[in-house]
Design a protein around this ligand. Structure first.
Ligand code: NAP
Ligand code: ZN
Ligand code: ZN
Length: 351
């Protein structure tokens, strides 16, 4: 027996998202059944809805910044009870045994983590469908606790934009006084500014958009560099220990490498594809500089990030939308016209 669920799905790379009825599995003993309250809109949702990465399997129900209320739990579940506010991010399962999983790095599971949507459940082979829907059923090991006091709407984007920027800040040991830069002020970028600031770093934003300076300062940037202005770019040569690059499309990394300090790293979290033009290696070699990548964060680290945000009162700046406006929201996101994350009020699904 399965549960009939209403969501919004893309049926092809060119089709707008529309209402879609689908089946969720019968809860297993370790499952948490969650009524979805809010779901953030990540640029990855758009990439997968439109098959930008060439691996979408339709229909796709996107959404991996999920906040909900527990409606029931399986008999093996001890950590959650009906009524709890919980979160679900980009993953809903992994092999739980490989070297990566054993180090709490489920996102790098050697058998491939089960993603919240556009993936296949490893137990029953059912397709996974994401958070643009009324409910979701997830194993308790992949469900996050939302700290008391955090605004639930603003907490939704922490489940992807938050952890994707928190994880590299922690991995590269950012602390008080560290020099950090962020490229792109969108969903990920604005969380990176807030988190780096809360860790005590000196924070710089690289943006193509001159109109964002005031917001950037409010969000935590100490300095703003307009990346199309060569003079401004040269003024930060040799400065940064870590640059978090959130740009979703191909761009010239060579423009940013000179601003890395010796031993500095530019970590790509945005682009999944090929950098164009290619990166010149002397600029890396003559400075022991690195280009790295990073994928979301493990479940324990995601809980750590949520608790950090609870302690520091950090949430995302959100613009609430009804699910019926999803296609318009995607168009606005493509124009960088969002401050700074759309979140769907899932009440609207039945409206
Ligand atoms: P977003 O809200 O659309 O923000 C992207 C920002 O990048 C824009 O606001 C813009 O900032 C800048 N930008 C956009 N297009 C650009 C271009 N062609 N050239 C230069 N700058 C550009 O997107 P997001 O939700 O933050 O996601 C960013 C990327 O991260 C997406 O590709 C997404 O798939 C990926 N992602 C990766 C992970 C991971 O685990 N690695 C997790 C989540 C998302 P300015 O106007 O300030 O320049
Ligand atoms: Zn995401
Ligand atoms: Zn694994």
């Amino acid at each position: 027996m399965t549960t009939n669920v209403l969501g919004y799905a893309a049926s092809s790379a060119t089709a707008p998202l529309k209402p879609f009825q689908f089946q969720r599995r019968d809860p297993r003993p370790d499952d948490v059944v969650i009524d979805i309250l809010y779901c953030g809109i990540c640029h990855s949702d758009l990439h997968i809805a439109r098959n930008d990465w060439g691996r979408s399997v339709y229909p796709v129900v996107p959404g991996h910044e999920i906040i909900g209320r527990v409606s029931s739990v399986g008999k093996a579940v001890k950590r959650f009870k009906p009524g709890d506010h919980v979160g679900v991010g980009c993953m809903v399962d992994s092999c739980r045994q490989c070297a990566s999983c054993s180090q709490q790095l489920e996102q790098y599971c050697q058998q491939g983590a089960t993603m919240t949507y556009n993936s296949v459940d490893r137990h029953d082979q059912m397709p996974t469908f994401g958070g643009y829907s009324e409910k979701i059923i997830v194993s308790d090991q992949f469900v996050l606790k939302i700290p008391d006091g955090l605004d639930l709407k603003g907490a939704a984007p922490l489940l992807c934009a938050g952890i994707t920027t928190y994880s590299p800040l922690r991995h590269w040991k950012i602390k008080k006084g560290s020099q950090v830069a962020v490229i792109g002020l969108g969903g990920l970028g604005h969380m990176a500014l807030k988190l780096a600031k809360a860790m005590g770093a000196q924070v710089t934003l690289f943006s193509r958009s001159p109109g964002k300076e005031k917001d950037a300062r409010r969000l935590g940037a100490d300095h703003i560099i307009i990346s199309t202005d060569q003079k401004q770019m040269t003024s930060v040569n040799g400065k940064f220990e870590l640059i978090i690059d959130t740009v979703p499309y191909a761009h010239d990394l060579n423009a940013y490498v000179p601003s890395l300090a010796i031993n500095g790293t530019i970590v790509i979290v945005g682009l999944l594809g090929n950098l164009e033009p290619t990166v010149s290696t002397p600029s890396l070699i003559f400075g022991r500089k690195a280009v790295a990548g990073s994928l979301i964060g493990g479940i324990a680290e995601t809980q750590e990030m949520l608790d950090f945000c609870g302690k520091h009162g950090i949430t995302s700046d959100v613009e609430m939308i009804n699910i019926q406006d999803i296609n318009h929201a995607y168009e606005r996101m493509l124009k960088s016209d969002v401050k700074y994350r759309f979140v769907i009020d899932m009440k609207s699904l039945k409206g």
